[in-house]
Each structure stands twice: as C-alpha cells, then as structure tokens.
Design a protein around this ligand. Structure first.
Ligand code: G16
Ligand code: MG
Length: 212
C-alpha cells in the first residue's frame, strides 16, 4: 500500500518548466546555439550544469569551466527574474486539493526536486509549509536519473521506498524513481513514458490511485 507521495516540483506542482525553457532559450539565442522543444525535454529533472552541457552539445565552440559557470549563472538570473511573477494561483490545477486529500487519508507528502530554487518557488506559490519533507537540489550530489533525491525524501519521511509513489513529468525522474524502488505516476511531458505504472492527465486523478 502507498504510504507516501513524493512530488516532483517543476512541471508537476507548478509550471516553472515553461520558465526554465524560456530562460535557456534566451541564453542559447544570445550564444548563437540552436535550441528547441525536443532538446528542452531532455533537460527536465536534470541539474543546471548537466542541462547546460546538453545545450552546449549544439555549440560550435568549446567553453572553459569558468565560462560554463558564468553561463549557468546567467541562465539562473533570467530564470529567477521569471520566478518573481509566481503567485499561489500558479500552483498546478488540483495541486492544493490533492495535497489536502493526501493529508486527510494519512498519506505523507514530500517534494523530490533537482532544483536549487525549490525553497523560493514553494514560498512564492504558498506551499512552503505544506510538506512533511523537502528533498531538493541543494541537498544532493547527483541529480535524476540518480535515485538520490527520492531516497533522501523517503528517509526524511521515515517511509520504506517500496511504499512511496513518485509523481513525475520527466523521463529522468521516472528512471530515478524506478532505481529507488518506488511506484511511478507520470504526468505532462512524461505521460506516454513506458516507465510509468500510472498515467495522470491531472493531479485530480491521483486520488483514484491512492484511495480506491
Ligand atoms: C528541475 C527542472 C530542471 C532543472 C533542475 C535544476 O527539476 O526540471 O529542468 O534544470 O530542476 O533547477 P535549478 O536550476 O533551479 O537548480 P525538477 O526535479 O523539480 O523537475
Ligand atoms: Mg519536473
């Protein structure tokens, strides 16, 4: 039986995935590097530096480590600027009711995100205090598809990974959950993934998996 749900953040609870896309696009345009939605899908759930490495595959020149750090910082600056517009109304459809129904049924809830911006995002959408545990990019050495962030969330919750369900919009995130030995629900960009145990058109459908 599922005792805990671990939610991915970007692309699941809030559509900051659009802002990541916009910020990377701006950086790529400025650097004259081709970038598109299919490359963007490979960045979902992947850390900032690894995302940059994927973008630079299309670059005609090579970059030093310090140049790469400057590019990653620049992208994060654009992204942080976009985050200023977030308000509680930007939480994904049914996110709040889904969290409430987990609580009512005694199912623990956590965040498992690769993002170092997790604290500011949760603050802005009014969910900073909604979770029993928050595992994010500030606390891990290896980002998805490594299982580290989800195992850390389960440990913080005190729940066996086998009793956790991960909700993800990224192929890398579903792979991480699989390696953590957790159940996997796919939503959004990952909807069609063969790794999914369940498919959700909306977070409203999560209750059907958990409480039926
Ligand atoms: C997110 C996004 C990724 C992003 C990563 C790092 O992970 O999906 O696209 O590159 O976080 O974000 P930041 O630059 O804010 O540290 P998740 O796991 O919440 O989907
Ligand atoms: Mg995501």
């Amino acid at each position: 039986r599922i005792q805990a749900v671990i939610f991915d953040l970007d692309g699941v609870l809030v559509h900051t995935d659009r802002y990541h896309y916009e910020a990377w696009q701006q950086l790529a345009d400025e650097e004259g590097i081709s970038f598109d939605v299919s490359i963007n899908d490979r960045l979902r759930g992947v850390s900032r530096m690894e995302s940059l490495d994927i973008i630079l595959e299309k670059s005609l020149r090579s970059y030093t480590k310090s140049e790469k750090e400057a590019l990653a910082d620049r992208k994060n600056g654009y992204y942080r600027e976009l985050l200023h517009q977030l308000t509680p109304s930007d939480a994904a459809d049914s996110a709040v009711s889904c969290i409430d129904s987990c609580r009512r049924h005694g199912v623990k809830i956590a965040i498992g995100s690769s993002s170092r911006n997790t604290p500011i995002i949760l603050e802005r959408i009014g969910l900073a205090h909604a979770f029993d545990a928050i595992a994010d990019g500030n606390q891990i050495a290896r980002s998805k598809p490594d299982p580290e962030v989800f195992l850390l969330a389960a440990q913080q919750l005190g729940v066996d990974p086998a009793h956790c369900l991960v909700v993800e919009d990224a192929e890398a995130g579903l792979a991480a959950a699989e390696r953590a030995g957790m159940s996997k629900a796919a939503i959004g960009a990952a909807y069609e993934s063969p790794l999914a145990d369940f498919r959700l058109r909306s977070l409203a459908e999560l209750a059907g998996i958990l409480f039926e």
